[in-house]
Design a protein around this ligand. Sequence first.
Ligand code: ADP
Ligand code: MG
Length: 485
Amino acid sequence: MKFSDFNLKDTIQAAIIEAGFTEPSPIQRDAIPLVLKGHDMVAQAQTGTGKTAAFGLPIMSMMKANGNIESLVIVPTRELAIQVSDELFRFGKLSGIKTATVYGGTPYGKQIERIRQASIVVATPGRLQDLLMSGKIKITPRFVVLDEADEMLDMGFLDEIKKIFTYLPKERQTLLFSATMPNAIRKLAEQILKNPKTVSITKSEKTNTKITQLYYVVQERERDDALVRLIDYKNPKKCIIFCRMKKEVDRLVAHLTAQGFKVSGLHGDMEQKQREITIRAFKQGGIDIFIATDVASRGLDVNDVTHVFNYHIPFDSESYVHRIGRTGRGGKSGEAITLVSPNELRTIKRIEKDVGTKMITQVIPTRMEVQNNRKDALIHKITQTKITDKAVELVKTLQHDIDIVTIAHLLAAVIQSEDSVKGKDNIGLGLEEIELLIERAMQNHKNSGSGRNHRRGSGGRYRNNRFGGNHHRHHRGNRSKNRRI
Ligand code: ADP
Ligand code: MG
């Protein structure tokens, strides 16, 4: 199926080509024709599946761009407002469609000025409600979209949303997009939509199979070491580390910066300007590692995130899905890595069940494995490098006093001098140990309170007697099977 099958107007079609989209995503394939027919719609699909274009393309195709506000898009956070606005601008600019972005924490004046000139308003609920109730703006949009509706409800915006709808015209087309469909969303849909069509991308399509999901079991006090080792080993081009609390974000920023990584934190307390600068630096590659809380990262759309780390496993499956959806976007592959303590294994099992995918457990690489990895990368780099005049000159000079083999050794030593891997050799639990713990956790779960709880004794027994059994072994071929005995 192609975008040209949809009957979108020419200027929109041209913008799609310019954006480089070739094939509609499943949610776009299902949603676009229904929106074009004028239906209200409830649409469910996981993050990163192209929901913005799924509503943006058809409504912009139907807009007149006549200087009035024709569309209103309500989103949960400031970051998301900016992102959705950028994406809509990209598709609408050839059609003369201007967007205004409206969120709290910035002066009213400029925003109101923008709204006067725009055809689409993208707004967060709080500020929008302010503007409407105080009479600072009056709008009569034909199209109203609630984007990431589950997030908005999670963040406690239900009242604001209901209030906002009392200011909107009855004659309108309303679309509700959400990654999940809890009951509260269905109820809200009943109140604000008229005979909606439902579009839901089925489970197998919903879970992004391009994301490899791994988890590592560590003791509480090993989390920092494990994180650094895994970053060293995976060498991510761009990654996001999720934390539960703001103070954890601050602590990890300090810790990883001290280890020499290019890190920045993002949390709700930061000033808007600072947040925008930080996000831009991350997008453009000035920062490799982003450390964030759930709230701060809602809907964050940064391309090319290669890895997502969960420093702690999130409390619920939905935030897990949201978090890992920050990677593997736009059809690219990604890796989601979760650190859990033995006590949290049961949460892993629950999330696996809720999400309908299996996570793979692995052992944290040793210093030697990281070193070998780096050596391979270095050899690759050396063999791919082009010889320069300057290099030839340098070797010539050195050759006055030193023989050529010694020169080679010295140069290699220079390159590798910064190469030491920090931390103790073995971090976290071995596979055998993890398997026993899982088995025990599941048993405990089934007969909680029964005498079987203690049948294996304490996990500590296996601490110095680890096996690297060969089941669950993925992505890595040449590791010695019994290296930890
Ligand atoms: P969601 O709202 O479902 O989380 P987005 O609308 O933010 O997803 O889209 C995620 C990313 O995928 C964006 O960078 C977007 O430009 C890109 N994208 C969306 N649809 C397509 C498509 N059909 N082809 C290629 N890239 C796409
Ligand atoms: Mg979205």
